[in-house]
Design a protein around this ligand. Sequence first.
Ligand code: PGA
Length: 251
Amino acid sequence: MKKLVIANWKMNPENIKDAKKIFADLKKKNLKIKKTIPVICPPFTYLDEISGSYRGSAYKFGAQDVSDKKDGEQTGEISIEMLKNLKCQYVIVGHAERRALGEDNETVSLKTKAVIDSGLKAVVCVGENDRDHGGSYLRFIEEELHESLSKIKKDKTKNLVIAYEPIWAVGKGHDAISGHELHQISLFIRKVLVGIYGKKIGMNVPVIYGGSVDADNSEEIINTGEVDGLLVGRASLNPHVFADILKELEK
Ligand code: PGA
């Protein structure tokens, strides 16, 4: 299976010129993209220009969020149809930073269903705030998975990706999880998915990792952690570092 490498630019950079430069510098690397699927997720306001000007096929595009509603009366929201018109194939759903703004599992499940029903791929984020010795974080992840996927039936899982992002590892000043710890969690997530969808599907839904991924830890995270890809925040804004991550996974 090809490794999915999602570049989550979040609310960066400040202007379209810089956004175009990041993508232009990345393309200039002329990487041989064979074993990975890099997905660029810029802010909505840059998506059109970045994806619209791309003539190749190696890079795919995604959005960082979407509305689950079809009705146009939704001030400030972006619809799935709008994204489809922008060559967008992936949508990150339920990122920790959206959940921190109040998005709950019910909303995540509605968005996930809307994304999948429309034929786009949903990258559903789950992950605990912190860890305890009693293991209640495992129950938290299990519940988040069950509730966030409550509206996704077995026959709709082809376009489902799970991103495990422990909140304590995401963003400035944090460290990524160790490959060993990640391996335990990736097995746990598989077990929960097998419980929900049965062995055949549960073992095949891609599970990726996000949280302080950079060029130095990407190899360990993928190989020791046994995940199917990466969700990269800060490091994806630097085209040289992001290219190094892709190179590592293309080896
Ligand atoms: P980070 O962010 O790589 O900057 O920790 C990851 C994410 O939030 O998707």
